[in-house]
Design a binder for this molecule. Structure first.
Ligand code: FA5
Length: 340
């Protein structure tokens, strides 16, 4: 292999190693530029015998020609790579952006907030209380003494001998009345716990909204008016309420409260929401029992009051026409997005 062939090989290796136009230009200058290697060889021709000069000159020219071809080919390749890189780096402004995951208020929370807002508009305060309560607040002070059958369904999750997770929000009646003198007007939303078997209507942890109004001259008509107003605020302007006689140790008289089925308005016999009954049960209510008033130091001869306790999930079931209460705790985004 002669010097020119070796030069040609070094040149081709350097050309292949060049990754962009600038590097390629440096290779060109080093080999073919004015003070490049080819010109150095050209200058040495003068030292050859005159007879050898034409063939040496031709060999150099042939080498230069090949080098320029190689250079041109590499230039084409680098230009194509450059276009490709630019295409890859190009920002497509029409490409749909990644949507941010925006949360929404849970339907049960929304029902609680709307119910509380309704009562706040009527001058009620919203109060919150502990979820772990002594038996005294859960039962005794509410006229449910030890051994009373009403205690059976409620005393579920004991923390120790005297403390348990509250099965209803009614302890907040006692706590509020012990802290304040009448008039009292509060709603107390919050979590409750019972050992109920979970099914389409029951959870072992659910929410209630408690209401309490105590003052002079309060009667059942006030309760009826406020609860009818609540149902209209939650379900629409044509809701009616119905009171069915019931029993709670802490109210007398006591009632179960129903509202007209928001889905069929009581007009169909084949409604999936109310099963054709035309009514949806919301919870319990009644006039505060004189024993409860006495327990907190109020005089039942002077003040009277009403109370109610509604299940928030049940309110939400009817409001959003959901068939199974467990849907509210499944954390299924598809379900929740429908109600957002
Ligand atoms: C009570 O808890 C009474 N403290 C309500 C009350 C308050 C009456 C003040 C009078 C005066 P009851 O056990 O019926 O009542 O429960 C009330 C409501 O809570 C029920 O109607 C229902 O809507 C809801 N509820 C009860 N248990 C569950 C459960 N396991 N899962 C979901 N909701 C429930």
């Amino acid at each position: 292999m002669n010097d020119l062939e070796r030069l040609q090989m070094r040149f081709e290796a350097a050309v292949q190693a060049a990754r962009d136009e600038t590097a390629l230009e440096e290779v060109r200058a080093a080999f073919l530029g004015r003070s490049g290697e080819i010109n150095a060889i050209r200058r040495s021709i003068g030292r050859l015998a005159p007879a050898d000069r034409p063939s040496a000159g031709k060999a150099i020219n042939d080498t230069v020609e090949r080098m320029e071809t190689v250079l041109g080919e590499r230039q084409t390749v680098l230009a194509a790579l450059d276009v490709q890189r630019k295409l890859e780096e190009r920002i497509d402004v029409t490409f749909p952006a990644t949507q941010p995951q925006v949360g929404s208020i849970h339907p049960v929370r929304r029902v609680i907030e709307d119910a509380c807002a309704y009562f706040e508009r009527h001058g009620f305060a919203v109060v919150l209380g502990p979820e772990v309560e002594p038996a005294y607040y859960n039962f005794d002070a509410l006229n449910i003494p030890e051994g009373h059958p009403a205690r059976e369904a409620l005393d579920s999750f004991w923390i120790d001998d005297t403390l348990l997770l509250r099965p209803h929000t009614s302890p907040m009646q006692i706590r509020t009345m012990q802290l304040h003198k009448p008039p009292i007007a509060i709603v107390a939303p919050g979590k409750c716990y019972r050992r109920d078997a979970v099914d389409a209507r029951h959870l072992f942890q659910f929410h209630q909204i408690e209401g309490l109004l105590v003052a002079e001259g309060i009667h059942f008509g006030h309760l009826k008016g406020m609860l009818a107003g609540l149902c209209r605020a939650l379900y629409g302007p044509y809701q009616r309420v119905r009171f069915r006689p019931s029993f709670f140790p802490f109210t007398e008289p006591s009632a179960e409260v129903d509202t007209t089925c928001p889905k069929c308005q009581g007009k169909t016999t084949a409604c999936s929401m109310c099963g054709g009954a035309g009514w949806i049960e919301l919870g319990g209510a009644g006039m505060v029992h004189p024993n409860v008033l006495r327990e907190v130091g109020y005089d039942p001869e002077i003040v009277s009051g009403w109370a109610f306790g509604f299940g928030a999930e049940r309110l939400a079931l009817a409001r959003y026409e959901v068939d199974d209460i467990r849907r509210f705790i499944d954390s299924d985004p598809d379900f929740l997005e429908q109600l957002a």
